[in-house]
Write a protein that binds this ligand. Sequence first.
Ligand code: MN
Length: 444
Amino acid sequence: MTSKGVTTSEFFPEIGKINYEGPDTDHVFAFRYYDEHRMVGNKTMKDHLRFAIAYWHSFCNTGSDPFGAGTREFPWDKYSDPMDNAKYKLEGAFEFFTKIGAPYYCFHDRDIAPEGNSVAQSEKNLQEIVAMAKEYQKTTGVKLLWGTANLFSHPRYMNGASTNPDFQVVCHAGAQVKAALEATVELGGENYVFWGGREGYASLINTNMKRELNHMGQFLRMARDYGRKIGFKGVYLIEPKPAEPSKHQYDFDSATVIGFLRDQGLADDFKLNVEQNHAILAGHTFAHDLQAAADAGMLGSIDANMGDVQNGWDTDYFPSDLYDCIHAMMIVLQQGGLAPGGLNFDAKVRRTSSDAEDMFIAHILGMDTFARGLLIAQNIIENSNFLQMKENRYSSFDSGEGAAFENGSLTMEDLKNLAEKNGEPKKTSGKIELYEMLINNYIR
Ligand SMILES: [Mn+2]
């Protein structure tokens, strides 16, 4: 890392490039399943999975929580000038991307460059770091999966960003999204994400929900149009989440966001960035929110992490649940892939994981879990009768009166007459245990 760097020494000198060594290796710092060049179906693993590293958790989050200070020290945090800190952090980030072998990264504006004391200074800070990031992208080949704006940390956004009842706050949100869109375009970002952490309410008693939702729609249409005007050809994504930090968030879950996008005339430009932890906070499974998005033609990208079923927090663990990843990859494979989206590790190591190497171990765990999930999912789809079994459950709609029902040519009177004519239906088993057995039999 010396091209445009501010230092020539490595930030993680004790760890080299992580390579594929196969399932039998004894090495901790090696992939057992993620072999980027391996063909799975008609694509390489790298092209299926499109892994991205999240700047915020990996390079900004020291592990502090509401009860205690951070437990990890980043080498760049010794620079007290925030721009020096940002430059060294960028260098450390690209060293990490390169060593772990992830083709993409993702950031919020404020992760990569500090907020200034004016709109102009904030923009200048961002532009300076973006120029450096562009050079690093060129020398390393690492690309930007998506950019976004942090519209939740600054106290001005405590009552919302685009949904704030004060128009002056909405203007600041606009200034920030405008600059973040410019940064994303400058870096060739393939998507742009909106996560509305403060877009919601603390109490409905002081909130005009209808007006706030319309403001959010208006804001997103303006952002879409500005992005297109400056040459953004990628996909806009909304990331559903039901709560935290707001009591109620407007982007509650996949189904809610799909309805909102259609209502606001945004369905042609926007898709969803579905996160495992957010799906389970909404009372669903990961697969449920993925399937709901995919069925609407709106599964754009995935925040790959894992919640904790014993608590109601957004823990953002690294994904280690193989079943979850198999189900996810079956849905992704059936829709023909995620591109131009990808699998972004919106995940953080536990507060108790305080060694620098833990970040490498956690990403190896997450990448291997998804790689293994991909291999098993592909095998089930290609070599088992799983999909056929599912399809067969609906075969009574494939011809005759069932097909007539599906295409809308029957009436309620017809249904009554057919019920009378055909008598009591034969009981048909749902066979859920058989489906579960089949998936387990493919975990080899
Ligand atoms: Mn989360």
